[in-house]
Write a protein that binds this ligand. Structure first.
Ligand code: UD1
Ligand code: CA
Length: 449
């Protein structure tokens, strides 16, 4: 059966106290909305609709940037979750199949949970959870395994508030039925909103069935405050670390390693303490990431060794067995097999041939204040320590640059380039200089006495 996903993301998220729409706040480098969309994508939904309202343009742009096939519905005025679903339904005209409604601020619903909801046979299926602190969640009114209704906290009486089985917000029903039930909603309640949750009681009243599928509370964590956002980050990181280790990655101190939503790491790779992954990092197997590295938008191949204290920025591509050492920054640069950049260097907008050795303190001067320029270094070249490579410039294969050189012109293959002032020697001058300096110091002391 076909499935469609409606993701509600029109709310402002007042309690975030932010100019940014709530669903654009990030967990592990991706907006909350993208996490919700990812959960949906894993069940291979045929259609995905995001309902926008507050910050609609920015929210729609973020949704499309993640998945260009996403459909956008607009809810001009936020009059409740049922009203938001009604805004999406015209896009599903003629669609036959199951619809799952998810919230854009609930990032961690697992694939298996959504599958269990799709497999359930009742007309309306609600995802619930046992809450440690039920707070203001909607309460699920059940009896003998059947679901009779959902009561919002504001509308609940004392007995209903004592219920600990809560509504996650995820609801599934067949499209035609959902259309009928949503059309029948009203706003006669404590909030004056059209509650999606009211479709349960309406379905029961029409002689239809409703049931609860349950999941863990962590899975349904809804982000309403910045403290929730931090809690969501913790949950994400804990999950991702566990997944990595199951997949054969060694984490020396897992709680100090931060992954992005899309980090990929191969088997037998070892990651030391305090390593941060921004978005877009892939690491092949048997690599080693030493402590305190900051990695983003880069690729690290098999057998490469990075760090400690290395920074790889977007476009850094390390081939097999490359070694990038401490205090090295690499940006938009391709390092071929076996390249060594051991210490204190910056390589930006560059390509470095296989087995080249980049001496300590080498810098590609890639920016002239207006434009960026490329540096090309040939295979097995030997770049002397503290070489300034003033781009655009090319150093040939097996060529050598003298330490401290400022290289402004291309160096042919196999050549040696020395670009520094010649050393001058003045025998005995040091002694005279120091005597002079001591004399100056002594006369100043006298003056101040
Ligand atoms: C909702 C549920 C509640 C559940 C809780 C779980 C309803 C009526 N209540 O309450 O039972 O326990 O979630 O977190 O459904 N939204 C729109 N347009 C609107 C209103 C909301 O798009 O007009 C979106 C929000 O952006 C948000 C989601 O729907 O992503 C939930 O809305 P919110 O106001 O946070 O609902 P809760 O009061 O938390
Ligand atoms: Ca909420």
């Amino acid at each position: 059966m076909a499935t469609a996903l409606i993701i509600l993301a029109a709310g402002q998220g007042t309690r975030m106290n932010s100019d940014l729409p709530k669903v654009l706040h990030e967990v592990a480098g991706a907006p909350l909305l993208v996490h919700a969309m990812t959960a949906g994508a894993t069940i291979a939904a045929d259609r995905m609709i995001v309902v926008t309202g507050h910050g609609a343009d920015a929210v729609a742009a973020a949704a499309r940037a993640h998945d260009e096939t996403v459909e956008i519905a607009h809810q001009a005025e936020q009059r409740g979750t049922g009203h938001a679903v009604a805004a999406a339904l015209p896009l599903l005209e003629g669609f036959e199949g199951r619809v799952i409604v998810l919230f854009g601020d609930t990032p961690f619903i697992r694939t298996g949970t959504l599958e269990a909801m799709l497999a359930a046979s009742s007309d309306v299926v609600v995802l619930g959870f046992e809450a440690a602190e039920p707070g203001r969640y909607g309460r699920l009114v059940t009896h003998g395994g059947h679901l009779y209704g959902i009561v919002e906290w504001k509308d609940a009486n004392k007995d209903q508030r004592a219920i600990t089985l809560c509504n996650s917000g995820v609801i599934a029903a067949e499209a035609a039925l959902l259309r009928r039930l949503v059309a029948g909603l009203d706003d006669r309640n404590a909030s004056g909103e059209f509650y999606l949750t009211d479709i349960v009681a309406a379905a029961r009243a029409a002689g239809l069935t409703a049931e609860v599928v349950t999941c863990s509370e962590a899975e349904t964590l809804g982000v309403n405050t910045r403290a929730d956002l931090a809690a969501a980050e913790r949950i994400f990181q804990a999950r991702k670390r566990a997944e990595m280790m199951e997949d054969g990655v060694t984490l020396t101190a897992p709680e100090t390693v931060f992954f992005a939503f899309d980090t990929v790491v191969g088997r037998e790779t070892v990651i030391g303490p305090n390593v941060f992954f921004g978005p877009g990092v892939t690491v092949e197997s048997e690599a080693e990431i030493l402590p305190f590295c900051h990695l983003e938008g880069c690729h690290i191949s098999r057998g490469a060794r990075v760090g400690p204290f290395a920074r790889l920025r977007p476009g850094a591509e390390l081939a097999e067995d490359v070694h990038v050492g401490n205090f090295v920054e690499i940006k938009n640069a391709i390092l071929d097999e076996g390249v060594k950049v051991g210490h204190l260097s910056y390589l930006g907008d560059a390509s470095v041939g296989a087995h080249a050795n980049i001496g300590a303190g080498t810098i590609t001067c890639n920016y002239d204040g207006v434009m960026k320029h490329r540096t090309e270094i040939g295979e097995r070249a030997f770049i002397g320590s503290d070489t300034m490579l003033v781009a655009p410039v090319r150093v040939g294969a097996r060529a050598l640059t003298g330490s401290g050189s400022v290289i402004t012109e291309d160096v042919p293959d196999d050549a040696v380039a020395i670009g520094r002032a010649r050393q001058v020697l003045k025998p005995g001058l040091a002694v005279k200089l120091f005597e002079k300096l001591k004399a100056i110091k002594a006369s100043r002391r006298k003056e101040t006495e």
